[in-house]
Design a binder for this molecule. Structure first.
Ligand code: ATP
Ligand code: MG
Length: 511
């Protein structure tokens, strides 16, 4: 059973107190019972001695006190029981009443078994008696007894007092214990609150954070809670330092990549320029030189793309703010598909657009790059003849761009980290395969910078990338849910489609 520490401490203290009280009360009662019995026994013995030692003047005893006249001897207390046994037979049994007279009572059956050691004998409605027998000078056995009712009522009173005192003590202890324990565990609550606050911080982002600390009062090393509090604070301090150091080194690394990329751009541009100049310079080259110049130009071009990608990622990582302008994604998508068609006319390029403008607030160049990267993948990682369908969808509060192809799909080992940096399907990094593996990393980083996200689902024959962006505030929404007007669902070959686009959305020239 789960119980709070407070409840556990209070309940166990009370249980302990109740047990100890019960043991003490029982022991006291037993001892007191023994003591009272001893005292009664000595009283009975004295009464018995009185019964046998004295005698009343002859004829002075009233007739009803016949055979038990020893009850009327001076010193006998009221309610004393007396009986005479002659030759094993009870002659008479009687009681000395309150008024000093003698009243006959029926003798109990066990009376003849009473010896000179006191025993308890029941007298029916008169209650129990301690009785002892003694021999009279005339040879008869005289049984003398005293009632135990007085002793019993004393014992009952004792038990009642004990129970009342114990109950009151337990109740008082419960209240006091609850208050004390509550006070004692309060600092633990504060430690837990601090730990909870820290656990709710987004520590995984890698940013430098200021962690809250346990209050000063809870860090006193002389108390157990203080030791925990102090240790927690020291640990939080170390964690904070570690985060600061990590953040610092990440920032330095990002800065380094950004600087290096930036610095590489100029020499790369020069290399491309000079290669081009030499190629076109009119001087005759041998075929080998011409090939070498071509390679220099294309490799320098690849390197330029890589450097640009690295620079963009470094800037996005550094949280550089993007341009945020309201823009319609539909023409942007049409342009990007047209470019893709120009680059790969043997693929089938289809576009579905909604009637309303798909407004988002963002950076047009970056979003164009995102769509271009997705289309480039659908073009470069699939064979000619593959159908690539690009759809713009409107939903309450968001705009999505879906790029689907029926190519071979993303290799299983790449899919889980396809948005990671330098994640590529072909492990060889051969230059023929082209890409560097940064395309989707950029898609994901740009989506995140727009508070959006990108998702992928891929099986052979069906690969779908979905870019989801928050809609611009003035987005006009279709009546309900994701919706594409039926007219737009029509599939068309890239060429015809571009014609349609131009007609329908005259302001956006595609291709
Ligand atoms: N539509 C797709 N069909 C099949 N595989 C894909 C598709 N899109 C991406 N991939 C796989 O995911 C990998 C990572 O894609 P990503 O765009 O990040 O890098 P890349 O295309 O190889 O290089 P880069 O885009 O930097 O030129 C690719 O190498 C490819 O194996
Ligand atoms: Mg790519």
């Amino acid at each position: 059973m789960t119980m709070s520490l407070e409840a556990k401490l209070v309940i166990s203290s009370i249980a302990l107190l109740a047990t100890v009280s019960a043991v003490i009360a029982t022991a006291t009662t037993l001892l007191f019972n023994d003591f009272l019995t001893d005292r009664l026994d000595s009283q009975v013995s004295s009464a018995a001695r009185r019964s046998t030692s004295g005698s009343l003047p002859p004829g002075s005893a009233p007739p009803e006190a016949r055979e038990v006249s020893f009850l009327l001897l001076p010193g006998q207390s009221e309610l004393t029981f007396g009986a005479r046994i002659r030759q094993g037979a009870v002659r008479r049994a009687a009681l000395l009443t309150d008024g000093g007279s003698v009243r006959e009572v029926p003798p109990p059956p066990s009376l003849t078994r009473v010896t000179n050691v006191p025993v308890t004998v029941g007298l029916g409605p008169l209650g129990d008696y301690r009785m002892v027998s003694s021999r009279a000078p005339d040879g008869d056995l005289l049984v003398t007894g005293l009632p135990v009712t007085g002793m019993q009522s004393t014992l009952t009173r004792l038990v009642v007092v004990e129970a009342a005192v114990t109950l009151a003590g337990v109740a008082l202890t419960a209240v006091a214990c609850t208050l004390l324990v509550r006070r004692a565990v309060r600092p633990l609550g504060r430690l837990a609150a601090t730990a909870t606050r820290v656990s709710e911080l987004p520590l995984a982002t890698g940013d430098a954070v200021r962690l809250s600390r346990v209050p000063e009062v809870d860090t006193d090393p002389r108390t157990e809670v203080g030791q925990v509090g102090g240790a927690l604070n020291r640990m939080l301090g170390h964690v904070e330092t570690a985060f600061a150091v990590r953040h610092e080194s990440e920032t330095r690394l990002r800065q380094f990549i950004a600087d290096a990329s930036h610095e590489l751009r100029t020499p790369l541009a020069s290399i491309v320029g000079y290669a081009e100049l030499t190629r076109r310079g009119g001087e005759p080259h041998g075929p080998q030189t011409a090939h070498a110049l071509g390679r220099i130009r294309s490799e320098a071009g690849r390197m330029t793309t890589l450097v640009e990608d690295l620079l963009l990622l470094a800037r996005l990582d550094a949280g550089r703010p993007l341009e945020r302008l309201a823009l319609d994604l539909s023409p942007l998508v049409v342009n990007a598909v047209s470019d893709a068609y120009a680059a790969a006319p043997r693929h089938r390029w289809l576009v579905n657009l909604p009637d309303q403008p798909a407004l988002v607030s963002g950076d047009a160049d970056r979003l164009h790059q995102v769509v271009t990267n997705l289309l480039a993948n659908a073009r470069t990682h699939t064979p000619p003849g593959t159908t690539v369908t690009t759809t713009v969808l409107l939903a309450p509060g968001r705009v999505s761009v879906r790029v689907a192809d029926d190519g071979p799909g993303i290799p299983g080992h790449v899919l889980p980290h396809v948005f990671g940096r330098f994640a590529r399907g072909d492990g060889s990094r051969s230059r023929l395969a082209g890409g560097s593996g940064l395309g989707l990393a950029i898609v994901s980083a740009v989506a995140a910078a727009h508070e959006g996200r990108v998702e992928v689902a891929s099986v052979p024959g069906d690969t779908v990338f979905t870019l989801v962006l928050p809609a611009a505030d003035d987005q006009i929404l279709p009546p309900s849910g994701d919706q594409v007007p039926p007219a737009e669902r029509r599939a068309a070959d890239g060429h015809e489609h571009r014609g349609e686009q131009r007609e329908r959305r005259g302001s956006h020239r595609a291709g």
